[in-house]
Design a protein around this ligand. Structure first.
Ligand SMILES: [Zn+2]
Length: 82
């Protein structure tokens, strides 16, 4: 009977640093997208904060779709900007 030594990977259990109450700041995920309005055919850069449209832009958000406030009935095509 042969014994084979199985090397066990050491699981590094790093102690998670407790976030200090004062220094912990929540930073949202910012996405920059290109919205192409089907009506005026103008590409515009929109910024989403945690998938929520930045309120300063001239777009309205419904069901995750962006609508230009030029009166377009169709939602804008959204492209991801890398
Ligand atoms: Zn438009």
């Amino acid at each position: 009977m042969t014994m084979t030594l199985i090397k066990q990977q050491k699981t590094t259990t790093e102690k998670k640093l407790k976030p200090k109450k004062s220094s912990f700041a929540y930073s949202p995920v910012v996405e920059e997208l290109m919205a192409f309005c089907p009506k005026c055919k103008t590409p515009e850069t929109v910024r989403l904060y945690d998938s929520v449209l930045s309120p300063t832009r001239k777009f309205s958000q419904e069901d995750g779709k962006l609508y230009h406030d030029c009166g377009a009935n169709e939602p804008c095509r959204v492209y991801r900007v890398i």
